[in-house]
Design a protein around this ligand. Sequence first.
Ligand code: ATR
Length: 275
Amino acid sequence: MNSPVKTAVIGHPVGHSLSPLIHNHWIATYGLTGTYEAIDIPPDDLAAGVKKLIAEGYAGFNVTIPHKQAIMALCEDIDPTARAIGAVNTVAIKAGKLTGYNTDAYGFIENIRQQKPGFDFTAGPALILGAGGAARAVAYGLKQASVPEIFITNRTAEKSQKLAKELGLSALEWEKRNDALSNKNLLVNTTALGMNGQPPLKIDLSALPTTALVCDIVYKPLMTDLLTAATTRGHPVVKGLGMLLHQARPAFEYWFKTLPDVTPDLEQKLQEAAQ
Ligand code: ATR
């Protein structure tokens, strides 16, 4: 019998993570011998914590807040996507050496492709709200998907301007976000606004063409006010939980050599856990 493939998500805090549910579902579904745990590692203990995982024979791990940037210094290799995004969310360990990947951009794009197979990324410009880590991955994914022009707006203008410069986007003032919606083919919220316990996202969708796709990466609640407002106006919408599911697929493949599927029963399980 093969020895179990040990995997985990590391973060601080990490108890809220839905990743163990996803990966353990796939381990069981595909009849694999392995484990996926949530391991809390405080920032000061990152290097020691990772050393321990190597010593214990882990095949790899996911990385969540606040380690996505700090982990890069501990990786021997960083793949070009993770380097371009500037963050690592997945690590594979081989012969004691760490390789860093980022599967968030893939997760964002692949979720749209599966939920809205007819959506044409090249049909018009996109607007991204927010300029944090998630916005970086979304912008990189949209560029890879050949979106003709990507606009970005953020409460703190310096952050959107910096990101725009690095990734070749067009930065807009946060106060102009409503007017900026005209002629857009895609609107993505990557801010924390609209999440349970956070302030609402104030946006007036009137100028957005009704054919435009509206995405939210917030998944608590599953249907954010933004998605509800968009649905009322007749827009196609894509919910945030799917990105979480799809970013997990290539990570699982790095460790278990099987690209798993997102199935309705897994979606159902995750929806219940996310509430
Ligand atoms: P993530 O990695 O999930 O993107 P983050 O890096 O903390 O998280 O980014 C959070 C995003 O939500 C930022 O764009 C942030 O705007 P600032 O750069 O101005 O902080 C945005 N955000 C959070 N609270 C906000 C608020 N009350 N109003 C407007 N934007 C907000």
